[in-house]
Design a protein. Structure first.
Length: 101
């Protein structure tokens, strides 16, 4: 069985947080939920042009979640923001734990 892409779950979670397929359609300026259903159902990845608006409307879903394979190419400023977090996390993982001492 094929593993579901992470973006598919993110699409559905964002849809739920925004209020459903019709709410996402309205938020993005589409006249009908059928226009966004392939994205909101997790069948197709959200086009990059809509990801910022989805991120702002959803409570916990980010552009990184919506476009996990290419977010750093589309929004390089996010990669710059992620670098300090990644460095902090890796330095914390190098600290000895009480069990190591």
């Amino acid at each position: 069985m094929l593993k579901e892409p992470t973006w598919a779950a993110a699409n559905r979670k964002a849809t739920e947080e925004i209020g459903g397929h019709a709410a996402v359609a309205r938020h993005l300026g589409f006249p009908d939920r059928r226009n966004v259903f392939p994205w909101t159902s997790g069948k197709r990845i959200f086009p990059e042009v809509y990801c910022f608006r989805i991120e702002r409307a959803a409570k916990t879903v980010t552009r990184r979640d919506l476009r996990p394979d290419d977010w750093h190419l589309i929004w390089p400023e996010l990669a710059d923001q992620a670098a300090p977090v990644a460095a902090r996390e890796s330095s914390q993982s190098l600290k000895p734990t009480p069990a190591d001492a």
